[in-house]
Design a protein around this ligand. Structure first.
Ligand code: BG6
Length: 297
């Protein structure tokens, strides 16, 4: 559907509009009294969430590609149905295919506090080449006093399937050297930078090198304390008992073509996930939802 038809069907005066964004891709804009957000139909990718009068909470790369089949860099990539490399076939896309496919805009609503847009992706011939399960994915983005992003997986087939997944959120920070992260003290993680050794994380959790840590058992909320921007980003969640923390630091930033060389200074990924021992098996006709809830103080 083109942008004009999308607006005719889903536009809500002053609250929801659809515009052509970079790469000619449709972007849904949500506006409310408390915040604004934007979501690209490629990957149902949340690119911005900005509380009224504040700065954007999400970081976007100014070198990102906007091409079907490639991931957008920044915002909230939807990693599904596998996180990281495919366990058996490395030629399949990193972090699954949901983030590189076009989704449908399925529904919108403008409520007193919240502006809501719902996106859907269903199994197809293309998806079945990489993942045998039949599914319907539903991403509900709710922008109000908080940002809530719910990813629901429905098994529409007659065989059970198992997924790993992440809402791979890139948070905007003022100065990474002045950030501390709360919520991981005493938790065990797989340290991907050091050949996947297991280690226990202790506070203070600061970022001063390439960090790529997978927490298989991290059911609680996390907080990013950002001294430079003088704000705390509270990361709540439901249906997720695992998490990933990632900052590429200097050399990896330089090595990524779609990432600014100094981008690592102003971003941090704290990913809401079902990974490692927290992977989920969904029976035929059943569903699983994972929800991210972000607030700023
Ligand atoms: C993280 C992974 O979640 O995503 C890292 O743990 C990876 O290993 C990072 O480098 C970025 O992945 P991509 O595919 O978006 O470059």
């Amino acid at each position: 559907m083109d942008v004009k038809s999308l607006n005719e069907k889903f536009g809500i005066n002053g609250r929801i509009s659809i515009e052509e964004g970079q790469g000619g891709l449709p972007v849904v804009y949500l506006k409310g009294n408390y915040s604004t957000a934007s979501v690209c139909l490629l990957g149902a990718h949340v690119m911005s969430w900005c509380p009224a009068g504040g700065q954007d909470v999400l970081w976007m790369s100014d070198k990102s590609l906007f091409t079907v089949g490639k991931a957008i860099r920044g915002g909230i990539p939807v990693c599904w149905p596998w996180f990281s490399k495919h366990p058996e076939n490395e030629s399949f896309p990193m972090h699954g295919f949901a983030r590189i496919m076009m989704w449908e805009l399925a529904n919108v609503s403008a409520e007193a506090e919240d502006t809501v847009a719902v996106f859907e992706l269903e199994s197809s011939e293309e998806s079945m080449k990489m993942f045998p399960g039949k599914f319907r994915l539903r991403l509900t983005v709710r922008a109000g006093k908080e940002l809530s992003v719910q990813l629901k997986t429905v098994n529409t087939g007659d065989e059970a399937f198992t997924i790993t997944q992440a809402l791979h959120t890139y948070y905007n920070v003022g100065d990474i050297t002045k950030v501390t992260i709360e919520g991981f003290d005493g938790l065990c993680c797989l340290d991907k930078v050091n050949n996947g050794v297991l280690k226990v994380r202790h506070d203070p959790f600061i970022i001063d090198c390439n960090v790529d840590e997978v927490y298989g058992d991290a059911p609680g909320a996390a907080v990013i304390h950002d001294a430079a921007l003088d704000r705390d980003i509270n990361i709540g969640k439901e249906g997720s008992a695992s998490a990933v923390v990632w900052n590429p630091w200097i050399e990896k930033s330089i090595s990524m073509a779609d990432f600014p060389d100094e981008g690592y200074k102003t971003m941090l990924c704290v990913e809401t996930a079902n990974v490692a021992e927290d992977k989920r098996t969904i029976q035929p006709g059943m569903e699983h939802s994972m929800t991210l809830k972000v607030r700023v103080r």
